[in-house]
Design a protein around this ligand. Structure first.
Ligand code: HEM
Length: 117
């Protein structure tokens, strides 16, 4: 299949795969944010009352494999959708391209949540 130009069959594939990417992306977002809601609203207040970092670490150990898998799925599906919207990531952070600006800001926000261990 020749994917080297716009309008090729690959473009058609990209269009049909998009709804699937959005669904998987949004489902992974619920896992990632849901886990953090449990951390913020249940685990953290109890751990603070008990002054116990061990409770936070225990939650982290349980949630991490699921949460990081969900985050990795989000990054993969998100980049894929970004590539479909902005082939070659052209227009990222461009004020002339609202989608490029939104995806760029989102990448910065995601990067701002990363903390060294
Ligand atoms: C590399 C990181 C990411 C990229 C490149 C990315 C990219 C995108 C793109 C292009 C869309 C638009 C889809 C559409 O047109 O419908 C989108 C939607 C969305 N993203 Fe991300 N995303 C990333 C990470 C995340 C993260 C970390 C979260 C939340 C924790 C998240 C949550 C969502 C949600 C809730 C939507 C709306 C889905 C819908 O349309 O129903 N994304 N993302």
């Amino acid at each position: 299949m020749d994917c080297s130009h716009r309008g090729s069959n690959c473009r058609g594939l990209a269009v049909s795969v998009f709804p699937l990417l959005v669904i998987v992306h949004a489902l992974a977002a619920t896992v990632w944010t849901g886990g953090h809601l449990v951390l913020d609203l249940r685990v953290l207040p109890r751990a603070l009352r008990a002054k116990s970092a061990a409770q936070v670490r225990a939650f982290e150990e349980t949630f991490e494999p699921l949460g990081l898998t969900a985050l990795a799925i989000q990054v993969l599906t998100g980049m894929w959708m970004g590539w479909i919207y902005l082939p070659g990531f052209q227009g990222l952070f461009s004020p002339a391209n609202p989608i490029g600006m939104l995806v760029g800001v989102k990448l910065l926000l995601l990067a701002s949540t990363a903390a060294p261990d």
